[in-house]
Design a protein around this ligand. Sequence first.
Ligand SMILES: [Zn+2]
Ligand SMILES: [Zn+2]
Length: 345
Amino acid sequence: MKAIVIRNTGEANVLRLETVADPTPRAGEAVIAVEACGVCFHDVVVRNGTFKAGIERPLIPGHEVAGRIVALSGDPQGFAVGDRVATTQRSHICGHCGWCRSAREPLCDDAQFMGDRGLNGGYAEFVCVGTNNLVKIPNQVSADQASIAACAIGTVLQAVRDIGNVKPAETVLVTGAGGGLGIHAIQLSRLCGARVIAQTTSQAKVERIRQAGAHDVVVTSRGTDFSTDLRQLTDGRGVDCAIDTVGTPLFVSTRKSLAKAARWVLVGQLTGEFVPFNPAQLFLRNISMLSATSTTRQGLADTLALIAQGAVLPVIDTVMPLSEASAAHRLLEAGSISGRIVLRP
Ligand SMILES: [Zn+2]
Ligand SMILES: [Zn+2]
């Protein structure tokens, strides 16, 4: 099969289109003919070497997959050849540990994040995935839309609904609002009934951010403190919840934008930089620092249902052929993308 292979870390040109052996399914796995694969910032930090945990090269990147089942090995678990399916971000979980049995399978000790290890990832014509990481795609949802359901939408569904516990009439700050996570965090915060204040560094993305449902958009240049704007917009109070898709570069501004008893949900990190903070800055104001990680199978099913209902509109900036993976990474790193880029093998 044709696939994008990373043999060494580096700039976008290390993404090479190669011909490699088709992946062979183990028991309990389905072979999926990939129709669409989302391009995530995770793929960039795996490629450039910033992200190291669990990485085994050479690897085929990509964990945002939608496609059709072409073969099944072992118990089909209700799936059949020909089914249209989307994947969670994982190709394998154990299926029987406490995490797996309590719908928290991203934390399974055996979980294999797809595209981090070896020649089995979504930037390819075929990928092998355990059937307990698959959800059937509703008819109304396209493969491009379904491919970004788990990571770009499901992750922030968890952040906004399950972890952030956003309620009607609350105020939510979404950082990095024009990005793949941010643009969907706006939509989901609106769905939960919140007033949404979106932060972006890109004037060019403001219109798209407003279309996604933001009530207010704060445009900041990189490195400047935006908390004064946030205080002004909230009558000095601050926001009840922050969905933080950027991390370190905005850490201080985000902290200073929070109301008393706010929930700060960490869901993205763009750099390898660390942050200094004094715990008293949080506990004296009863602020909770929380986190959301990748999507559960139930979260993916909920996300696909929301898309099918028209309640959430997946924002896809550009669709490119698989061979253009390097160009896709350059676009993403340039920060000019609103929503996701999707690759089609
Ligand atoms: Zn992703
Ligand atoms: Zn498990």
